[in-house]
Design a protein around this ligand. Structure first.
Ligand code: GBH
Length: 421
């Protein structure tokens, strides 16, 4: 069964940040510091999904999706990131999973969508190898509790974006600007992924994925394009699918933190690759010696309210490119996020966006790519990280702070589309 769904993430929708013994995450700390997010917005209340989840399940049920990708808040389940489990946190996801199953919606939880327990950050976060082991313990805990009803899991969401925005540039939590010294964050997340795969398998998981944020690279300069592709795409896909890291010599660095045996763990077989697609990246010759490429930005295409270029065929290009690069080492692909920011209730632009990308998905299938799922980002307008509530990705409009939900035109369009599948 092809999975048709919508996607969300815990910190972006749940709110209830200090309720029921939830621990603090790096996003609580970061967003509450002055100047980190636009207008100082935080996820303290967000969509209040923690209380309004029955209404959100009803919206999905009416929409007609057969799957829902959401994330589990690690600090809600394990407040300190290690040690005691918080029963109330697990109870919340237990109720949510039951509610999904009752409505015939397949749950596809992501274990980590960027909200690391603050206690682990205090010990170095993903710069510390120990965090990989803590992640595997947490994976085992949730799989033990939910594994009787949940058979599909995503380990990490976009480890590239978490490393670059969170640890290299400092524009996301935990707010470090380490540039290339952030590279161990890639390896430790991937090691955590591999160890978690083992824990999920031990609990009987049938469909285990990692979600990488991938971009087609439009190279104006071949060497620069290759260097960018290595950092953005291959650094995260190669070790998982091929069991090796790409050559980082263009950056003048080596991954000294990789130990004997790590790549065997990281390349544990997967049942699918989750791919988040937003837009291609146009790369040119470097202008200074800090990085071996420059991001030129894409011109000549329409843009979303966020300013991101709309290039539907880039999804086909990306999927076909993955198949060409990895061949039989590429497992079935799930498009675990695709969507756009537009504020209007009558959002014809989002309808056109989704329509175009779904056509591109079909074209990739026709060219032989085994695609088995598609999830719109997002069900609801939500806390868009550093942009706060200023970007609206929802099929459903949310009025902040009342939380009132109103389906947009794109919701009705997706509903009609799903009814025809
Ligand atoms: C995802 O990240 C996240 O998983 C999700 O939580 C988030 O809400 C959603 O997307 C929307 O942002 O400079 O024009 O080339 C997406 C990561 C990084 C993708 C920036 C687009 C560059 C656009 N994004 N990227 S552009």
């Amino acid at each position: 069964m092809f999975l048709w769904g919508t996607a969300t993430a815990a910190y972006q929708i749940e709110g209830a940040a200090d309720e029921d013994s939830r621990g603090a995450s790096i996003w609580d700390t970061f967003a509450r510091q002055p100047g980190r997010t636009r207008d100082g917005h935080t996820g303290d209340v967000a969509c209040d999904h923690y209380h309004r989840w029955p209404e959100d399940l009803a919206l999905m049920s009416d929409l007609g999706v057969n799957a829902y990708r959401f994330s589990l808040s690690w600090p809600r389940i394990q407040p300190e990131g290690s040690g005691p489990v918080n029963p109330k946190g697990l109870d919340f996801y237990d109720r949510l999973v039951d509610g999904l199953c009752e409505r015939g919606i397949t749950p596809l939880p992501t274990l980590f969508h960027w909200d690391l327990p603050q206690a682990l950050e205090d010990g170095g976060g993903w710069l510390n190898r120990d965090t990989s082991h803590r992640f595997a313990d947490y994976a085992a805990t949730v799989a033990e509790r939910l594994g009787d009803r949940v058979s599909g899991w995503i380990t990490l969401n976009e480890p590239f974006v978490h490393m670059v925005f969170g640890y290299a540039m400092g524009v996301h939590a935990p707010g470090h600007a380490l540039m290339l010294d952030a590279l161990p964050v890639a390896h430790h997340q991937l090691l955590g992924h591999g160890l978690a795969v083992g824990a999920l398998r031990a609990a009987g998981a049938e469909r285990v994925l990692i979600t990488n944020n991938c971009t087609p690279v439009w190279a104006e300069d071949a060497a620069a394009g290759d260097a960018y592709d290595i950092l953005h795409n291959r650094l995260f896909n190669d070790p998982v699918l091929l069991g090796s890291y790409p050559d980082l010599s263009a950056y003048g660095v080596t991954l000294d933190c990789v130990r004997e045996g790590d790549l065997e763990i990281i390349s544990a077989p997967l049942d699918g690759l989750g791919v988040n697609y937003y837009n291609p990246t146009r790369i040119g010759t470097p202008t200074d010696d800090s990085l071996p490429w420059t991001d030129l930005g894409i011109t000549g295409y329409p843009t979303t309210a966020f300013g991101w270029p709309v290039v539907p065929d880039g999804l086909r290009e990306l999927l076909v490119g993955l198949r060409a690069r990895y061949g039989d080492a590429l497992p079935p692909v799930y498009v675990t996020e695709n969507g756009c920011s537009y504020p209007e209730l009558d959002d014809q632009a989002r309808v056109d966006f989704l329509d175009g990308h779904l056509t591109a998905l079909r074209a990739a299938q026709d060219e032989g790519v085994d695609v088995r799922g598609y999830f719109v980002w997002s069900l609801l307008d939500n806390f868009e990280w550093a942009e706060g509530y200023h970007q609206r990705f929802g099929l459903v409009h949310v009025d902040f702070p009342t939380g009132r939900r109103t389906p947009r035109a794109s919701y009705h369009w997706y509903k009609d589309f799903l009814a025809r599948q």
